[in-house]
Write a protein that binds this ligand. Structure first.
Ligand SMILES: Cc1cc2nc3c(=O)[nH]c(=O)nc-3n(C[C@H](O)[C@H](O)[C@H](O)COP(=O)(O)OP(=O)(O)OC[C@H]3O[C@@H](n4cnc5c(N)ncnc54)[C@H](O)[C@@H]3O)c2cc1C
Length: 275
């Protein structure tokens, strides 16, 4: 058996990308499930789009009511520069789910929920409409060469988890623990990894996050080899997941990437959970 000494470097790397804002147009809209809408965007602005990691995010800019295009900031030396004296355009973070430079296509998958500009926009998305995207400004590149990978999340993490599972090499040991509303929200994954998949359903308990935390408590963690845990979803749940893994299961903090992708009762939240 190979040991890590013979393997690729397992260093997690941060890569910066030049900041750019791009105007895109909807090419296709496809409901993957009643809870998840995939929108394919196109536009010449995608000719130099870069997304180096499944963990990446782009800032998605939505048109203000009555406008057909979003107002986009300029890319300044220290970040976005917004026109003076005007309200900031509405923007939310999303995962670049799939990108094809040749075809100039970018897929974003929107998890449906009760209210919010992004979910509301996705529910009405139509071919030909405009949206803006900024970034990614940087990527956290997590090597695929770990002995095992554990992916944890809710509906908002499905695009990143699906992308990661597609890129893991054949035979990689991977487990995914995912909480969604009910079985109708499950999606198919395409992967060459040896995948152990655990779905759990919040509608069975009525408590968001509880089924996920319980399933993570029960998940087997290999004792041999080098592993990496990636987790994203609702803020309080992700904190509890990270706490459990680091303090009760002995996962080294350098081997876990946990992020709040949203927060109950707050808008547009993004926090990477570190100590
Ligand atoms: C790095 C990163 C990548 C992300 N990638 C994706 C992605 O690929 N697909 C995706 O769907 N989301 C993704 N998200 C999450 C997404 O940005 C948030 O869910 C965002 O709040 C949605 O915006 P909104 O305008 O619909 O709701 P907001 O206006 O932000 O929020 C309105 C209300 O809805 C609640 N809310 C927000 N999201 C949810 C939800 N999913 N379920 C239930 N209630 C919610 C808020 O707590 C608030 O009370 C990502 C977030 C980050 C930080």
């Amino acid at each position: 058996m190979l040991t890590n000494d013979h393997r690729a470097d397992l260093t997690v790397q941060r890569v910066r990308h030049p900041l750019k804002f791009r105007l895109l147009q909807v090419k296709q809209v496809h409901a993957l499930t009643p809870h998840l809408i995939r929108v394919t965007f196109t536009g010449d602005d995608l000719h130099d789009f870069v997304s180096a990691s499944f963990d990446d995010h782009i800032k998605v800019f939505f048109p203000e009511p009555g406008a057909d295009r979003p107002a986009l900031p300029e890319a300044g030396p220290d970040g976005p520069v917004f026109p003076a004296g005007q309200p900031r355009p509405t923007a939310r973070d999303f995962t670049p789910r799939r990108f094809d430079r040749e075809a100039r296509e970018l897929d974003i998958e929107f998890a449906m929920h009760e209210a919010g500009p992004a979910a509301t926009w996705a529910a009405q998305a139509k071919v030909g409409q405009y949206l803006g995207v900024g970034g990614p400004r940087g990527s956290l590149v997590i090597p695929t060469g770990f002995d095992w990978h554990l992916l944890i999340g809710d509906d908002t993490a499905l695009p990143a988890i699906a992308r990661r599972l597609e890129e893991l090499p054949a035979g990689t040991r991977a487990a995914a623990v995912i909480e969604v509303a009910d079985p109708s929200a499950r999606i198919e994954f395409s992967t060459r990894a040896e995948l152990h998949l655990v779905w759990c359903y919040r509608n069975e308990t009525g408590y968001r996050g509880e089924p996920l935390l319980q399933a993570v408590r029960e998940i087997y963690l290999p004792e041999d080899g080098e592993g990496y845990v990636w987790a994203a979803g609702e803020s309080a749940t992700m904190r509890a997941v990270r706490y459990h893994l680091c303090t009760e299961r002995g996962v080294d903090k350098s081997r876990i990437r946990a992020a709040s992708y949203w927060k109950q009762g707050a808008v547009a939240v993004h926090e990477n959970l570190d100590d």
